[in-house]
Design a protein around this ligand. Structure first.
Ligand code: NDP
Length: 281
């Protein structure tokens, strides 16, 4: 068997174009503020990508660059200003933050109505309650990929490998909301391979190069690779051994060109959603 490759790049391009069309039709310009503290090279690349994609979709994107030695109080003051700014509909604080700044305090300072990353406890709570509001972009993108690929979610056994607040946990909650039977696995899970082999849908979000091998995959399963791992030679690799996995899976996402581009596209969609809701009162 050779798996169907789910092309995140083209799906993301279509979603970005759709958001652009909807923005043009709204009659207002959504505003997105991306806050970058310090000069982490990977974060700088992500922020540039988000800024450019937002502008292309007609969103007024502002990147606020703060020095690495910014105090937590100064960052909180910046966020308070953005919360009060009527032209700003979405606020994203690029993670990770420098040492000495408490990430949780910063995220909790963002107005939940402008929380386009979906990390604020209020939005986490809505999702846990089965009423998704602003949802984290990566798992939201995965759900769109699954639906686009025509994967049956209701009643499917789904295994999420990883339980982080930004990917694994919200991914599990979204799959559950879509009536899948969900298992969330992590570093303390016993018989990881066996758990994975039972899954009709396997979402890998561990950050370990090609940890998921062909013998972990149920024949015909859908495999979503969230992992982005930088190899010593600079290339990117996923959490799934793509070539061998594709010989067993029914459908699979590549790295790069899979989940990554969908994450950015979903940020634009969340910004438009936040803007439309705020402006509707
Ligand atoms: P975290 O490091 O926050 O979480 C990793 C999770 O994997 C943890 O729950 C951890 O378990 C689990 N884990 C780690 N090692 C093992 C192991 N050997 N066996 C079983 N479970 C293990 O990572 P993130 O969730 O932030 O990111 C995961 C991957 O996704 C990374 O490669 C990241 O770069 C990528 N990513 C991609 C995005 C995209 O847009 N495509 C967006 C965000 C992330 P435990 O909780 O027990 O420690």
């Amino acid at each position: 068997m050779t798996a169907r490759v789910i092309d995140g790049k083209s799906l993301a391009a279509a979603l970005r174009a759709e958001v652009g069309r909807k923005v043009a039709a709204t009659g207002f310009t959504p505003g997105l503020a991306v806050v970058l503290v310090g000069e982490d090279p990977a974060s700088s690349v992500y922020v540039r990508t988000k800024d450019r994609a937002a502008r292309e979709a007609g969103i007024d994107a502002r990147t606020i660059r703060l020095p690495a030695d910014t105090s937590q109080d100064a960052l909180l003051a910046t966020i308070a200003g953005l919360n009060d700014d009527p032209a700003i509909d979405g606020i994203l604080v690029q993670l990770p933050l420098p040492r000495g700044i408490d990430q949780r305090v910063v995220i909790e300072a963002i107005d939940p109505a402008k929380d386009v990353d979906g990390f604020h406890p209020v939005n986490v709570g809505y999702l846990a309650d089965g009423r998704p509001n602003l949802v984290p972009c990566t798992p939201l993108g995965v759900m769109k990929m699954l639906r686009h690929a025509g994967v049956t979610l209701s009643g499917a056994r789904a295994l999420v490998l990883g339980r982080s607040a930004i990917v694994g946990r919200p991914m599990g909650a979204l799959l559950l909301a879509a009536d899948a039977t969900v298992t969330i696995a992590h570093s303390r899970t016993l018989d990881l391979a066996g758990e994975c082999r039972r899954a009709d849908i396997l979402v890998a979000a561990v950050g370990r190069v090609e940890m998921v091998t062909a013998d972990w995959i149920k024949p015909g399963a859908t495999v979503i690779d969230v992992g982005i791992n930088r190899l010593p030679d600079g290339r990117l690799a996923g959490d799934v051994a793509f070539e061998q996995a594709a010989a067993v899976a029914g459908a699979i996402t590549p790295v790069p060109g899979g989940v990554g581009p969908m994450t950015v596209a979903c940020l634009l969609e969340n910004t438009l959603t936040a803007a439309s809701r705020r402006r509707a009162g």
